[in-house]
Design a protein around this ligand. Structure first.
Ligand SMILES: [Zn+2]
Length: 353
């Protein structure tokens, strides 16, 4: 039903692409991260929950956005298309396609860990499952979210007690809001860089309850930064923007913090292992829950995952990824767990795409 092309996954019967890599007439989009949402398409089908962030990210192409509720079926040239929660960021979706009795599901990025800022991942039964494998190695096992949030709040409180501002670097869309949802506002003020504040406003507009935040510019003007935590995109580390906060302790939150040396390579004081992707056991459990006999694996450690599945009798193979070849330290620098270098650059300059 789907085939790989030089513009990404294409459904011939329905004549549309899923998360295309180039401008196409019709796109079904899993979520608004830069490596899944491409500018210049004529039409975009996204989840209702994700329409706000997609329009913001698309700028002048946002008028082409058409939204459906999770679980609602849209028939496109005879192919039944529906979107189902992926648990990755606000509005993230798995794409279910049904045509002549055959069912395919494209996961997009997903996680099964709890997250108050988006609808939880749901297993969708299918014949063929196309899964990401960003952290598809047995070394990746996430600590519980509760544990990470407790460590984060303790770190912030300790910095505040020493009279230092805490700078927490996280990708502006998704990770920043999930971190916000776990912060204890009793410790001090929560400040946001403009790129984070814009996305946070869209989350609130979408009905996600988050602690109160103050834009950094306003807080600096009011000289109200004592004991504060600042949430900003990773690109601010080492920039002159940071100097205005005086003595700063820095931290980075990402699944890559699980790897020895990642914190040092980023040049931050602390690292928190918080990912918006499945870890190894969660990945295998999620694949199992779909009941799929055939699995295509993309993005990340495709080789080990394909081998593991093949050894268990599944028909598995790796397919090309848009950002293949950049999944190294550059990917970590991009800020998201999955290398949307372009989107991050725009966030750093606080300009709408
Ligand atoms: Zn993503």
């Amino acid at each position: 039903m789907l085939r790989t092309t030089d513009r990404g996954l294409y459904c011939e019967a329905g004549d549309f692409f899923i998360d295309p890599w180039a401008a196409v007439p019709r796109a079904v989009v899993t979520h608004a991260h830069g490596d899944h949402l491409t500018w210049g398409c004529d039409g975009y089908l996204v989840s209702h929950d994700g329409a706000g962030v997609a329009r913001e990210r698309l700028g002048r192409w946002g008028s082409g956005v058409d939204a459906v509720a999770y679980g609602e079926t849209r028939v496109v040239n005879g192919v039944s298309v529906s979107l189902h929660p992926a648990g990755h960021i606000l509005g993230s979706a798995q794409v279910r396609l049904e045509y002549r009795g055959e069912v395919w599901v494209v996961s997009g990025d997903y996680k099964t860990d709890p997250d108050r800022t988006c609808a939880p991942w749901e297993p969708v039964r299918c014949h063929t499952f196309i899964t990401e494998s960003t952290f598809g190695l047995p070394i990746y096992r996430w600590p519980s979210q509760r544990q990470v949030f407790d460590e984060l709040n303790r770190w912030w409180a300790a910095n505040a007690a020493e009279g230092r501002v805490s700078l927490l670097c996280a990708y502006a869309l998704g990770k920043a809001q999930r971190l916000l949802s776990g912060l204890d506002p009793a410790i001090g003020p929560i400040l946001t860089h403009g790129a984070v504040e814009r996305m946070t406003a869209l989350y609130r507009h979408g009905g996600v309850a988050l602690p109160a935040t103050v834009h950094t510019t306003d807080a600096l003007r009011a000289k109200a930064t004592t004991g504060a935590i600042v949430i900003a995109p990773p690109s601010v580390t080492g920039s002159t923007w940071l100097r205005r906060f005086g003595e700063v302790r820095t931290a980075f939150a990402s699944g890559w913090m699980r790897v020895r040396g990642a914190r040092r390579r980023r040049g931050v004081d602390a690292g928190f292992t918080l990912s918006d992707h499945v870890d190894w056991p969660q990945l295998l459990a999620a694949i199992d829950a779909t009941g799929a006999e055939r699995v295509w694996v993309t993005h990340g450690f495709t080789g080990p995952v394909v081998q593991w599945l093949t050894e268990r009798g599944l028909d598995a193979r790796a397919i090309a990824t848009r950002w293949e070849g950049e999944r190294d330290d550059a990917a970590v620098d991009a800020g998201d767990d999955d290398a949307p270098a372009v989107a991050d650059a725009s966030a750093a300059h606080e300009s709408a795409p």
